[in-house]
Design a protein around this ligand. Sequence first.
Ligand code: ADP
Ligand code: MG
Length: 729
Amino acid sequence: MAKLRFQALAEQMNRQPKEVVFPSTKATDYYGKLVFNKESMAKYLSGDAYNAVKVAMEKGEVIDRRIAESVASGMKAWAMEHGATHYTHWFQPLTDGTAEKHDGFIDYGDNDNMIESFSGKLLAQQEPDASSFPNGGIRQTFEARGYTAWDTSSPAFIMGTTLCIPTVFISYTGEALDYKTPFLKALAAVDKAATTVAQYFDKDVKKVYTNLGWEQEYFLIDRALFQARPDLMLTGRTLMGHSSSKDQQLDDHYFGSIPERVSKFMIQLEIESHLHGIPVKTRHNEVAPNQFELAPIYAEANLANDHNQIVMDMMKRIARRHDFEVLLHEKPFANVNGSGKHNNWSLATDTGVVLMAPGKNPKGNLQFLTFVVNAIAAVYKNQDILRASILTSSNSHRLGANEAPPAILSVFTGSQIAETLDNLAEKITDQKMSPDEKTALKLGIGRIPEILLDNTDRNRTSPFAFTGNRFEFRAVGSSANCAAPLTVLSAAMAVQLEKFSGEVDKLIAKGVKKDEAIFQVIKKTILESNPIRFNGDGYSEEWKEEAAKRGLTNITSVPESILKYLEPDAKATLVKSGVMSERELEARVEVEMEKFYMKIQIESRVLGDLAINHIVPTAVAYQTQLIQNVQGMKDIFSEEEFETLAESRKDLIRNISGHVSAIKAKVEDMVDARRKANVIKDTTEKAFAYDKEVRPYLDDVRSHIDKLELVVDNELWPLPKYRELLFHK
Ligand code: ADP
Ligand code: MG
């Protein structure tokens, strides 16, 4: 085995950066070339078809069957011209990543001749075999089939030689089996509720869009080294490995120069992203060695999320071409910074106003404050399901682990906004306000500067931060589908905004003036959501105590967190907003519980195998060498000399024996715990059993292995070490 380790190291040392192929010198020459965007549509579709698709895209509606025929034929012509031979309905099942089944355009024509065909029916809807995707029991009790249907709000694109049609994935009885369906419903709900509120300030607003700008963090590991680590290959993270003598303590990686091999990979990834109409813009090193980040310019949230899914998929493939492996796991290395995916989130009107950005006058600022205050309240009231939407088995290593946002939800506003909100709450009275009081209030609001000063000093420890013109949900994990957190956030915001306008309208009906009604409901909303506002250090122990005093929840157990989806409060948000039916919500809980225990189950199996098949034999082999050495010493030294000289060797032998015995015993106990958990029928109970009874062994067994790594001969150690995985060029 050690041979494999050194072979991998040698392979890695011989690597040369790969050459990048530029389609053209300017990105604008090839940007969006592989997307069936408005430009290509105008060229390949009839006028009627083009208009029908444009309307459907904007409204997120399905298109007429007759038009679908003509759209399909234009799309096929375009796709074939760009090298496509196959098509697929591309969807986002409740697993990690996306799914696709490729079918060729090739078909029999009317006279048994071969033709390339793609009908409107095939464009609009398909029936993939849904049985192999997680569904939380929906398919057992209802129909066995599922179908995919074109999401016209996201354009088709070409990946390799396949035309990909973004779709939703639904059971035959109409339940969502994917991330996209509830996300689209949540976006529609927030559009409706936010439009009503925005119309208080501008009657011309007809639609409110949700924007998303994701920041994708990831690790790049040399492929040969990756392949010499079964734990990385099978679980996405290292289940063992002692910390390197040097990690990130010198802070010399963040924003440092990018190694050439990595830079070539990044450039290639950017080119392919641009070809696919994904506006990636920023690249840099992250905090940990071999950790990097990629971010686009923000876009409409459903499209931006599709882009993120495409990028995650492309990253893996392009990395392999550059002899790298991408790690999207939230915590691939213990004691090294983990990877997140900040979700930069804002609402914007069809009149071009970003609702989370300060306005240009008191009225604009009042609108801005209205949306900020409601966002804070939405987070406050839905902290448990927001956490549930991001706390997965992999992200749980990151959250609350002292280097990432804690498992307590709080909102950072910066001192300027905090002061403004406190002032408002204090100055707004319940009585009818005099014109002077109103003017004073409006003047105060008018002073919110367009560029907020403390944006620059952003609090990196906050899980949910206001950053000048948007909120950043920072606790989201790097491997997440952003639709999961944004569905909950959007539903929460929709319900909150609806409540807000309901209360304002009630006051207006009682004869209170509109602006005064808004002031009063703002005041009430600020006061009721005060506990969630926190500008201090989210990593500190004091915050945990303080948060508990404020009644904020702090849940680190994944199954416990998932169960919050079933509480009445959760249903009041997710079901009431029409985003999910109760049945869908229950199914989702089932799927999340299942995913959780399965991941722990796999990790536990892999760790058991590695411990018994790789580590114990290696340690025993080294121990045997030591024993032979001690025996040899006995032959050449006097008894007295031997007694003193051999003592340290004997200590080492004892030390190794101790760890080997502990590993063997603990692995056996772990297998026992697994056996007991495996017979549990109820998924939730099983998830809890895995969390409480199996999971602790992962750290326990590991700690013994990591100690062995420090004493066993480096020549014998079978697995690439942290310093080798993380410090190659
Ligand atoms: P950071 O300093 O947090 O790393 P970046 O500039 O790298 O910030 O990324 C911020 C992300 O936020 C980008 O995707 C950017 O387009 C996006 N963003 C900027 N303004 C908004 C907004 N109003 N709404 C949503 N996303 C935004
Ligand atoms: Mg950010």
